[in-house]
Design a protein around this ligand. Structure first.
Ligand SMILES: C[S@@+](CC[C@H](N)C(=O)[O-])C[C@H]1O[C@@H](n2cnc3c(N)ncnc32)[C@H](O)[C@@H]1O
Length: 346
């Protein structure tokens, strides 16, 4: 079996399948996508295993919006005996002459999948020890093995180079709610900064003394993330801002319409979490860049509509047309019916 395996938020399998089909088409490879509704997974099965490198290159985790994780698909193992799950899995792996740097035992983030968390926890050390005995683990091996249980008796085997994959089991960064933050939304921005920027970019682009505008800021979860990095924020919202955050002295609250507000001087960051039609937000962001009012932006596009994939393509098209060369887009773990975009002129 050859192809790709994606993990996603349950309810977004169709969008993952659409992205896989588009990636396969762009790479000129043929096969088919499949995804069960609310299963938290999508697969692309290649007709020709020789096309795997081309599909891998086109459908990596960073390139896909709706995928929490993206892995090279190795095999599907069905009908595992609960008394001996190990034997058939090792057999399926024996057919492949590959060693792995590590093994993660995972489950989809669906209701049924989460019920398998205990099995994954107890099976992981057993599998790891068996792989070590079989000399299937080697620190310098290029890929990590992922065993994804889709039921007590069924598993998908997949592998990916750690540098190309999401670095969290299940593709889920588990962030602790920071004490003192005014809203749970703060985790969205924290995750966005973690997922969409690397260490060097965070150090360079989130420096003390920088200036930001936060449209739709109240009560201040996003603003708080900037303030904790000593960045000054103009928080635009008719709603009230968190009092302790205002005490920082780094926030100016303006009760204005976020679509009309413009800063007198260009700022480093534009943030926007206003609940509005996504194409209206994309057009506003494009306008700020076209007018040279910000260097970088982080914003959400809310997707309550049925044709979410089409809407995302339309919005990203608007942003590209505005000359924004560096666009990084993810449906984050802390996003619900929305995606998060990092934009830089690039
Ligand atoms: C999801 S909340 C933002 C939460 C905020 N990011 C946080 O972390 O606390 C959306 C906010 O957008 C504001 N909003 C919606 N339309 C707006 C507009 N046209 N101008 C300014 N603010 C707007 C709402 O008042 C609301 O406070």
């Amino acid at each position: 079996m050859a192809g790709r395996l994606l993990y996603c938020r349950p309810g977004f399998e169709r969008e993952c399948a659409q992205e896989l089909e588009a990636a396969a088409a762009s790479a000129g490879v043929s096969g088919f996508a499949r995804a069960a509704a609310d299963g938290g997974l999508a697969e692309f099965v290649l007709h020709d295993a020789g096309a795997q490198p081309a599909l891998d290159a086109a459908a990596g985790w960073r390139a896909l919006v709706f995928a929490r994780q993206s892995l090279g698909l190795l095999a599907r193992v069905r009908g595992l005996d609960p008394q001996d799950r190990l034997g058939p899995l090792l057999e399926a792996l024996a057919a492949r002459d590959e060693r792995y740097a590590e093994v993660w035992v995972e489950h989809p983030d669906s209701d049924d999948g989460r019920a398998l968390a205990g099995l994954c926890r107890s099976f992981a050390p057993v599998l790891r020890a068996a792989l070590r005995r079989a000399r299937r683990l080697a620190d310098d091996a290029p890929r990590r093995l992922h065993v994804c249980f889709t039921g007590g008796s069924d598993a998908l085997l997949a592998a990916e180079a750690p540098a190309r994959a999401a670095p969290w089991p299940g593709g889920i960064p588990r962030l602790r709610f920071p004490r003192g933050a005014p809203s749970r939304s703060t985790l969205k921005l924290e995750e966005a900064l973690l997922v969409l920027l690397d260490d060097a970019e965070r150090a360079r682009w989130l420096a003390p003394g920088m200036r930001a505008v936060d449209l739709g800021a109240a009560p201040g979860g996003w603003t708080w993330q900037m303030v904790r990095r000593s960045i000054r924020v103009v928080a635009v919202d008719n709603g009230p801002m968190d009092a302790a955050l205002m005490d920082s002295g780094l926030v100016e609250h303006r009760r204005e319409d976020g679509f009309r507000y413009r800063p007198a001087k260009p700022v480093d960051w534009l943030l926007c979490d206003m609940v509005e039609q996504p194409r209206r937000i994309a057009a506003l962001m494009a306008q700020w860049f076209a007018e040279g009012r910000c260097r970088m932006a982080l914003f959400n596009l809310k997707l309550p509509m049925k044709k979410r994939y089409d809407e995302v393509r339309l919005c990203l098209g608007l942003l590209r047309e505005a000359g924004i060369g560096d666009l990084r887009v993810k449906h984050l773990y802390h996003d619900r019916e929305e995606i998060t975009v990092f934009a830089r002129r690039g």
